[in-house]
Design a protein around this ligand. Sequence first.
Ligand code: LIP
Length: 263
Amino acid sequence: MQGSANLNLMIKAARKAGRSLVKDFREVENLQVSSKGPGDFVSRADREAERIIKEELMGGRPTYGWLGEETGEEPGQDPTRRWIVDPLDGTTNFLHGLPHWAVSIALEHKGEIVAGVVFDAAKDEMYWAEKGAGAWLNDSRRLRVSGRKTMIESIFATGVPFGGRGTLPATLQDLARLMPACAGVRRWGSAALDMAYVAAGRFDGYWERGINAWDIAAGIVLVREAGGMVSAIREGDDPLEKGAVICGNQGLFEPFRGIIRGE
Ligand code: LIP
């Protein structure tokens, strides 16, 4: 596998955390029937995965900054570089024994995501990309966004807010506008894998409101390096900062974004 020293460090960290999560995932399936449920066990699995990733990445690059879902933000001596990590994206899937979750690791340089890794350990699919070097699946499959050109033949992924989240009304309006114009919407529960699937041409686009930076940071460089387009939902916003993202292939991006923006 080619790539920079930073990318290889990211892949090594993702694989090590993935091995730990796969072991825990086998236990989670047994815990589904326990009265206490797997909640605390999954929280421990999540924290252990982030500990493993942080040890690898900060051990290799001790001056970089850090933003992790479980341990929060830590500025680094090098103010231009930051790791952005979701150790277990698709936590609810993991909790319910659904094999659709991923380790997501991104490297940000001067505010731009320049490298990303999304590792689906349950299916052994390592999605990776580096600015200017393309997007790849495992060792040899070059990723390209889909070539579909019409909305009505295309399928899109999103995250539908649950548990009283304030973004539900806007998302329901998105669905009311989009559903009549497309071939379907998928809600598979992992933003990182949703964006990896756009990069792989499996989904034609993805959007989500109320999403965290660590959920989408790696996906941003994957989609862009696979020839796709990524932006915030609102003109001029930064998707990482505002937590609202939309992405898709070049031919569909404008009509898709226009529908989600209600234009
Ligand atoms: C999840 C995202 C998903 C979103 C969920 C949740 P987590 O991240 O990947 O797209 O719809 O609400 O935020 O919490 O599993 O890391």
